[in-house]
Unconditional design. Structure first.
Lengths: 63, 378
């Protein structure tokens, strides 16, 4: 899982941008009940599907 | 994120952690190709409409067994603490109903398929008309236009309308980086914070080398979406190409055997006007028009005058080993303010002329035609 250095640098650039952004959720509060299709389009669900489990959620884009 | 994947792969396999993604891209198939390339098997949800409302990416959240966010951008220690803790539910927290509704225009974009996009577009158009300062509605309308542009239901001007909608959204909230990126993706190279899809070719090569078939893309990334022109499918050429019609004698394509869609995507920086121009040439399917490849390629000559200089000109290559073909052809280039343009006056439109060799029907007449093209510049 070795990624080129530029990917790492790019992620860091993008990270600096969220410092100024107001998030639509807060630590200590429920994550929104957003239900969305999967990228393959063959299923739809939200974080609630995993109630009872611990979840790591990555919000990202491939660019 | 691939870094986290390496660290959490075993935890996920052991059932101790559920890994989940939400992508903020217009095209879900591009995320799917990325996941296939990186061999990351966890589920990813599509948030092309930015319903989550995040203004930047990437970021990572740790969400507990009750759905409560416990960490944002955790460190390794935080993950350990998170996994080792038993969390209490938030008292008296009302359970939010899942959204968006399938019958909403958001639902139509996400689940409705090609047939539902038209209705989503009309509903979002209505929403922005009633509330012109609703940036979210403008952004979502742009996503719907672009989705229709990529579908068989495409209407003239859809791509240009998507860009105009995203610009209006950004005017309402200039700090919204997800909205800004959606314009920059198609915009001039000097406006790009980084390459968008240079990884696509590397990904395909790696997947094929593993003996697998890469996820097919609905819309191949345009030349604008690569930082290195050599990585795009198009040829960088033109300057120096001999003008086929210096005396203006080539007949015009008055019957529109080829239709042209012209979209100029502006830079998101307002300091100086710069554009990425996207031209799309489609042979008229109704009269079975086809390119005659052995006669010569399509060419386009922009008349930039003294106002602009042309940079990064690219056009689709002619298919090899095919005497005739009917594919859509693309021409892309960038407009930058010219140093000669001392007065700083910029025209509202750029004119240019396309030349192409086409035949009508299977046994029809073959012609060399020109088509004047006007590209509106905001």
């Amino acid at each position: 899982m070795k990624l080129p250095l530029r990917h790492l640098l790019l992620s860091m650039t993008a990270l600096t941008s969220i410092a100024t952004a107001a998030p639509s959720w807060k630590v200590g509060e429920p994550f929104p009940a957003l239900s969305l299709p999967t990228i393959s389009g063959d299923d739809s669900f939200g974080v609630a599907k995993f109630r009872g489990q611990k979840v790591m959620l990555h919000v990202f884009a491939s660019w | 994120m691939p870094g986290w994947h390496a660290k959490t792969k075993d935890l996920a396999q052991a059932g101790k952690l559920q890994v989940l993604g939400i992508t903020q891209e217009q095209h879900p198939d591009r995320t799917a190709l990325f996941m296939q390339w990186q061999e990351m098997p966890w589920p990813v949800l599509l948030d092309s409409l930015n319903l989550l409302g995040c203004k930047g990416i990437p970021f990572t959240l740790l969400i507990d067994e009750h759905g409560i966010v416990r960490f944002q951008n955790p460190k390794d220690d935080d993950l350990e603490t998170f996994l080792g803790s038993t969390f209490e539910p938030v008292k008296d927290a009302p359970e939010e109903k899942p959204w968006p509704a399938r019958e909403s225009p958001e639902g139509a974009v996400l689940w409705g398929g090609d047939d539902a996009i038209g209705s989503a577009v009309s509903q979002f158009e209505h929403r922005v008309k009633n509330n012109p300062s609703d940036g979210k509605a403008h952004f979502r309308l742009g996503v719907a236009y672009r989705k229709r542009y990529d579908s068989p239901k495409r209407q003239d001007g859809d791509f240009g309308k998507a860009i105009a909608s995203w610009k209006k959204a950004l005017e309402q909230d200039p700090s919204q980086y997800i909205w800004r990126r959606r314009i920059q993706q198609y915009g001039p190279r000097l406006d790009k914070p980084y390459s968008f899809y240079d990884w696509v070719h590397e990904a395909r090569r790696a997947i094929v080398a593993r003996g697998a078939t890469p996820v097919a893309l609905v819309a191949e990334p345009s030349g604008a979406e690569f930082a290195r022109p050599g990585e795009s499918a198009a040829n960088a050429s033109t300057a120096g190409e001999e003008h086929p019609d210096p005396k203006g004698k080539v007949p015009a394509d008055t019957r529109k055997l080829v239709t042209v869609e012209a979209t100029a995507v502006p830079s998101t920086k307002n300091a100086s006007p710069a554009y990425r121009v996207h031209l799309k040439f489609s042979p008229n399917a109704f009269s079975e028009v086809h390119w005659t490849n052995d006669a010569g390629p399509l060419s386009f000559f922009p008349d930039a005058g003294d106002a602009y200089v042309i940079k990064h000109f690219q056009k689709s290559p002619v298919p090899k080993n095919a005497l005739t073909s009917t594919e859509t052809r693309h021409v892309e280039f960038e407009l930058r303010p010219s140093e000669k343009n001392a007065k700083g006056a910029f025209p509202q439109a750029l004119k240019g002329t396309a030349y192409y060799y086409v035949c009508e029907d299977v046994n029809g007449q073959c012609l060399f035609l020109r088509q004047p093209v006007t590209i509106p510049l905001e």
